[in-house]
Design a protein around this ligand. Structure first.
Ligand code: CP
Length: 308
């Protein structure tokens, strides 16, 4: 399709194809000369209405490694600050010849609205509490790389599920790929009806961790809290923080993951962030490979060209 808006609407075959393409990109990334001509003549624009380090930079580097022209617009430094609408901003970028617009926005559905109004391909880099599909794809790529399969793996996602677009995209993707997903967190941070997505819901971290192959921590999204946080950050760390003692409930070789940025000492203890089971740094590297794959596939739509 023209756009990558979420994993809810993607098939297992499409997800598998992206992850397979990302494998080739990882080889390119590991080579001495990272530069490839695959995106020569293409323009990639990152349009970020919310802060980012990993997602924005990895899209920018992925574009540059593949010889595309890349530019960034942030809301504060653009005409968005003068009141320009999302659609008008998108059309302006479109008229300058952008091939792909990567958008992060605080409103769920903003990338979908943009996609309907521009000719460029649109990639959702996180929309409100809805989805963060490229994060879930890089998470699945990392699990696949380490465990060889996603099928029947026990994945525990711990924390602020209610406000997490990362959790939603991972649930859509992992369930489609045959994994067994459990979530745990305080009742106030658990969306009603989440169990209908084919996952198990627990109120203690220990229950979700038992025999887990992968443990995924999540940051508490304080920026999306409308009321005062309950539990408080300190209470959260005490009852749901992942430390080395709690990690022992999971399998001995369980992977520790986190999309970043991590609040050390809140959702994960510093020791767990840096432990041998942690693949948090590898997730960052894999983010570049997955985003290279997505840019490649979107800009080659209908050309019949293959990667090799
Ligand atoms: N995981 C993630 O989306 O990180 P950034 O907010 O730094 O992009």
């Amino acid at each position: 399709s023209k756009d990558v808006l979420g994993l809810k609407d993607m098939t297992a075959e499409e997800i598998g194809y992206i992850l397979e393409t990302a494998k080739t990109m990882k080889y390119i990334l590991a080579s001495k000369n990272k530069k490839t001509p695959h995106l020569q003549g293409k323009s990639i624009i990152t349009l970020f209405y919310e802060n980012s380090t990993r997602t924005r930079l990895s899209f920018e580097l992925a574009s540059k490694y593949m010889s595309a022209s890349a530019a960034n617009i942030s809301a504060s430094g653009s005409s968005v600050a003068k009141g320009e609408s999302l659609i008008d901003t998108g059309k302006t970028i479109d008229m300058m010849g952008a091939d792909v617009i990567v958008i992060r926005h605080s409103m769920s559905g903003a990338p979908h609205l943009l996609a309907q109004n521009v000719n460029a391909s649109v990639i959702n880099a996180g929309d409100g509490m809805n989805e963060h599909p490229t994060q879930a794809l890089l998470d699945m790529f990392t699990i696949l790389e380490k465990k060889g399969t996603l099928k029947n793996l026990k994945i525990a996602i711990i924390g602020d599920i209610y406000h997490s677009r990362v959790a939603r995209s991972n649930i859509w993707g992992l369930v489609k790929m045959g994994a067994e997903v459990s979530v745990a967190g305080p009742a106030t941070l658990m969306p009603p009806g989440i169990e209908n997505l084919g996952i198990r819901v627990y109120s203690t971290i220990q229950e979700a961790l038992i025999d887990a192959d992968v443990v995924m921590g999540l940051r508490i999204q304080l920026e999306r809290q409308k009321k005062a946080l309950f539990p408080t950050v300190r209470e959260y760390a005490r009852f749901f923080g992942l430390d080395d003692k709690r990690l022992k409930f999971a399998k001995e070789d369980a992977l520790v993951m986190h999309p970043g940025p991590v609040n050390r000492g809140v959702e994960l203890s510093s020791k767990v962030v840096d432990c041998d089971q942690s693949v948090i740094n590898e997730q960052v590297t894999n983010g570049v490979a997955v985003r290279m794959a997505l840019l490649y596939l979107l800009t080659r739509r209908g050309s019949g060209e293959n990667l090799n």
